[in-house]
Design a binder for this molecule. Structure first.
Ligand SMILES: CC(C)(COP(=O)(O)OP(=O)(O)OC[C@H]1O[C@@H](n2cnc3c(N)ncnc32)[C@H](O)[C@@H]1OP(=O)(O)O)[C@@H](O)C(=O)NCCC(=O)NCCS
Length: 135
């Protein structure tokens, strides 16, 4: 299955879900497109944290530093505000200095560290949770 067909399948699955948000940044012309960034967010209905959108945001390294991440984050924040959500939450690996600076620029604050969150290639890796309150 092609990359775009995979995306179409994924989109059709979440298209009707009001608790999800997905934005994909593409580059290219005509029928030739590449995915250069994505942001995917969700809320969990019925929990005390349903005022919060949890999200993942990624930009292809070849296209970093061109404002794609900021634009995806701004689209997410608009969606969250329109829904009356009160905060955004994400997680990064503790060694992800670029992600930490990006998040800081966008108004996120480090909220907690899970020192032994994952084992990656045999090494224990810490995870940092980041939050932004929407005022
Ligand atoms: C972190 C990431 C999303 C940045 O995407 P990007 O498209 O390169 O970021 P942008 O070009 O939109 O930059 C947005 C802001 O972050 C800052 N920034 C981005 N990378 C930075 C870096 N390495 N050092 C310092 N500042 C940086 C920019 O200066 C910019 O600030 P400004 O708009 O006020 O000038 C991208 O590198 C990535 O996908 N990393 C892996 C996944 C990840 O860490 N996700 C973070 C989730 S919060």
């Amino acid at each position: 299955m092609s990359e775009l067909a995979d995306i179409a399948t994924f989109l059709s699955g979440i298209g009707g879900d009001a608790n999800r948000f997905l934005r994909i940044a593409l580059t290219g012309t005509g029928s030739e497109h590449r995915v250069v960034g994505t942001v995917d967010a969700w809320t969990i209905k019925g929990y005390r944290t349903e005022h919060d959108a949890l999200f993942g945001l990624n930009v292809h390294p070849d296209f970093a530093g061109h404002g794609i991440g900021r634009r995806l984050a701004e689209a997410l924040e608009s969606w969250a505000r329109e829904r009356g959500l009160r905060r955004l939450t994400t997680w990064i690996r503790a060694h992800n200095a670029r992600g930490a600076r990006f998040a800081q620029r966008l108004g996120f604050r480090q909220e907690a560290i899970s020192p032994n969150h994952a084992v990656i290639d045999g090494r224990v890796s810490a995870q940092v949770s980041l939050g932004k309150v929407l005022r």
